[in-house]
Design a binder for this molecule. Sequence first.
Ligand SMILES: Cc1cc2nc3c(=O)[nH]c(=O)nc-3n(C[C@H](O)[C@H](O)[C@H](O)COP(=O)(O)OP(=O)(O)OC[C@H]3O[C@@H](n4cnc5c(N)ncnc54)[C@H](O)[C@@H]3O)c2cc1C
Length: 353
Amino acid sequence: MSAADHRLQQSDVVHIVGQGLAGSVLALRLIADGYRVHVHDDGHSTSSSMVAAGMWNPLSFVNLKVVARAPEMLDCMSRIYPEFERMLGISCYHPMPLVRIFPDAGSANSWEERAESPALRPYMDMEGSTAISDTFNVPHGVGHVRHAGWLDLPLLLDNAKSFIAKLGQYTEHSITREEIGQLLDQGDWVIQCTGWRLTGDDFGDDLPLRANKGQLYTLHIEGLDESFMSNFGRFTIPLGEGKFRVGSTYEHYPKDALPSSFAVEILADTSEALSKPFQVIDHKAGFRPTTSDRSPMLGFHPVHKRLGIFTGFGSRGVMAVPYCTQQLLNHWIEGAQLPFEIDWKRFEVRKKG
Ligand SMILES: Cc1cc2nc3c(=O)[nH]c(=O)nc-3n(C[C@H](O)[C@H](O)[C@H](O)COP(=O)(O)OP(=O)(O)OC[C@H]3O[C@@H](n4cnc5c(N)ncnc54)[C@H](O)[C@@H]3O)c2cc1C
């Protein structure tokens, strides 16, 4: 195999296993660029994307920092999602202000101090025009996050599936490692976009990819303004017609991906934060694909050179997937180096070190 054989050519066939957000963005990007793609998904049986709230937020409220690579990620997503909207004829990308409701006076002070720093200034604001005190209890005030929003993932995924299926490039089935082996033997590429559940152990049975359970609700909230998202430790995202997505939990070492009574804490916090009544419409749960260092893992296998991995997007898939797609394509098509912090091989290097 020559070096060029490790690069994607227009005549090659790429099999994408998994049509969550990762598989969908990668497939649509490749199709738009004229590559030959076939997508395999088992009917979203373990899909994180079909459950996810879809919010993006360039800030971490834990330490009041900008998320690593946020400017590059925002730039990539602001180009790719609107492009897919045009391609599919849908409206799924909703930039929207996020209002942070301070839990205490200390948080309000920290926010005010940090909003002055050049790195944070583009994303933080004390001022805003949202009529939040009509519906939320805000004894310590609020801050406003710029460049936030939410992506309607089920709408994007359903339409991506129909679009790819109409091209005759979609098979709904659960693919096995043997079938992947046959595709590799015939010289095709196979990229595992399978979320927390890899097919086979080619990338090592000790790869630190874990399932983190998340639960959320859809609520009907009477009279809550739908022009912004809120965060009071939990979040609300307006879906239209008085419906809001509200979540979520982070549960390590989960036994199953079923909705459970653990999530009632979300309802208790929401009752405390809101001055309006609400009704529960539905309650969902799923597994986020997380890694031990909370950064995605992508790249190609050292021996099975045409076998790729593209996962580990944790709780930030909406922001990270477009940027990581771009990095993967730069590597795959032009031979550019993958940034170390998203290259799956960093775990090999750490094992040896
Ligand atoms: C409750 C909850 C809330 C969340 N909220 C947010 C949020 O607000 N913002 C955000 O950015 N992220 C959020 N996330 C995380 C987000 O869902 C993930 O980062 C992202 O969607 C992962 O996408 P993926 O394509 O990698 O994986 P998945 O969506 O899990 O897709 C993998 C697909 O592969 C299929 N599959 C697996 N194995 C096979 C096989 N052998 N053959 C065929 N198909 C197979 C699965 O069925 C699935 O359809 C949330 C997650 C949860 C659970």
